[in-house]
Ligand binder design. Structure first.
Ligand code: ATP
Ligand code: MG
Ligand code: MG
Ligand code: MG
Length: 460
């Protein structure tokens, strides 16, 4: 039986005899009667040496030198400390003197992309941010290979961390995770729906999940969250829109003011940022090796600005923008830069959006009905979340829907949910891929979706 050792464990086996190691052939270099494969396990690499001697034949060296890159091999070898750095291409202090090699799974000898090329740092002068050596389409067409790069290994481990932290922090704070239907009837925003054949009816893929979250609140679940797929048939040839993304969504009752919820959300995000900084420094560094970006800055106490304050800052910077429209993308980004310059943070919240820019179920501001009890959250100047207090009075909800010409006939069960008593509540939806993208300072959301789909790409 072969007892396997991982690359990081090898330091404990130096000069203690033979071990087995399984890994990929990262690169291989032959030189006369010797060959120097580098073995890779995820992001760890180890230098191996095969030299013709009593145990290793000439054929063996030749055979090993010809194993295609990315093949998976088992080797039996003696870990030794590196005598000098000359033959070593890695940071390791250990090398492996190989005695046996078995090919477990052989890769094609022609690879559509080279892991080394796909891992190379960006040229900082490359304004478009595309790695000229391996372009995005080649990467996405061969995503399984592309995902083997150290940066991609790190991105998706960190993304798992975002979900884990979101779950842990909310669970500790008394939230219940719920699962809402992804096949639904339409609500607002009809243009973004994908239709599904649902027996004799037409159904739709969830564009958002607020309906069932709110119904869970009406059912006395007080604090709930979901981690689930959201589908939008939008023209997503932008840097931050996917066809299918993961919503980290929450809904919560409050006693006096919807800011109780706003603070829960912003504190949860701040705790996630801290968790990433403290627990994922290796991943952050690995991504930084390939994509040089400024570290993400956030304040201990999240910055909350009024929408009108944001507009005033934009106007001061010479921008003409209306009081009752959503921020355009350029204005959103500019405001992010202005906020960063003034408050030194990459994370902030804009509160009290114009009512006309928000969906019908948003609670108007009781003090000024031109505005609403709703907010967006931004990272590096771009939206990562929208949230609001919801209307919990059924008659008022119907009135607001009529005003916005929203068809309610199919949503009777949603309206009814508020007819049997429902606590005041608020909630939000956070885009998982956007949080990872902007935390790491990446320029395209496709980099933080493992298998991103867009109007032209349904596979992989
Ligand atoms: P945007 O203004 O960028 O189009 P939105 O205001 O339409 O976003 P919301 O309906 O508020 O988005 O959805 C809540 C959150 O879901 C957003 O803040 C964002 O983080 C995320 N999100 C929305 N659309 C997409 C998408 N197409 N791909 C990835 N994430 C998205
Ligand atoms: Mg949108
Ligand atoms: Mg928006
Ligand atoms: Mg929004």
């Amino acid at each position: 039986e072969r007892i396997f050792v991982t690359v990081p464990e090898l330091v404990n086996h130096v000069d203690k005899g033979l071990v087995w190691v399984r890994g990929r052939v990262h690169t291989s270099r032959a030189k006369g009667k010797q060959c120097f494969p580098i073995l890779r396990q995820q992001s760890s690499t180890i230098q191996c040496i095969l030299a013709v001697n009593d145990i290793i034949s000439k054929q063996m060296v030749k055979f090993t030198g010809n194993i295609p890159k990315e093949s998976i091999i088992d080797i039996q070898a003696k870990p030794v400390s590196v005598p000098n750095k000359i033959e070593s291409c890695t940071e390791q202090t250990v090398e492996l003197c190989v005695e046996q090699v078995f090919v477990i799974s052989q890769a094609k000898s022609q690879l559509p992309l080279q892991i080394e090329d796909a891992s190379r740092p960006l040229n900082p002068d490359d304004a478009g941010g595309l790695n000229i050596r391996v372009n995005q389409d080649t990467r996405l067409n061969n995503r399984v290979l592309d995902l083997r790069t150290p940066a991609n290994q790190a991105i998706f481990r960190l993304e798992a961390g975002v979900c884990r932290l979101f779950r842990d922090i909310l669970t500790e704070n008394g939230f219940t995770e719920i699962h809402t239907p992804k096949i639904q009837l339409p609500d607002e925003g009809g243009e973004y729906f994908f239709t599904v054949n649902y027996f004799k009816e037409t159904a739709y893929l969830a564009v958002s999940q607020y309906i069932h979250r709110q119904m869970a609140i009406a059912a006395d679940f007080e604090k709930v969250f979901t981690v689930g797929a959201v589908f939008r048939a939008e023209d997503s040839h932008t840097h931050r829109h996917l066809i299918e993304f993961v919503g980290l969504d929450l809904e919560m009752t409050f006693k006096y003011h919807y800011h109780e919820v706003l603070h829960t959300i912003s504190n949860t995000l701040t705790a996630i940022f801290k968790g990433l900084r403290d627990q994922y420094s290796r991943e952050i560094e690995a991504v930084g090796q390939q994509y040089k970006v400024e570290p993400f800055k956030f304040l201990e106490k999240p910055l909350i600005l009024q929408f009108t304050e944001g507009i005033a800052m934009l106007r001061e910077a010479g921008i003409e923008t209306g009081d009752d429209e959503d921020l355009s993308l350029p204005n959103e980004k500019l405001l992010g830069r202005l906020v960063k310059a003034k408050y030194d943070t990459d994370f902030y919240i804009l509160d009290k959006f114009p009512l006309s820019a928000r969906p019908f179920y948003t609670m108007p501001d009781p003090d000024n009905p031109k505005y609403s009890n709703s907010f967006d959250m931004f990272m590096r100047g771009e939206e990562i979340s929208s949230g609001a207090q919801r209307i919990h009075d059924p008659e008022y909800l119907i009135e607001r829907a009529k005003h916005d010409a929203v068809e309610l006939t199919k949503l009777a069960a949603y309206i009814d949910a508020f007819r049997y008593g429902c606590s005041p509540h608020a909630g939000c939806s956070i885009g998982m891929e956007r949080v990872v993208m902007f935390y790491l300072g990446l320029n395209n959301i496709r980099k933080t979706s493992m298998f991103p789909h867009d109007p032209k790409r349904l596979m992989p």
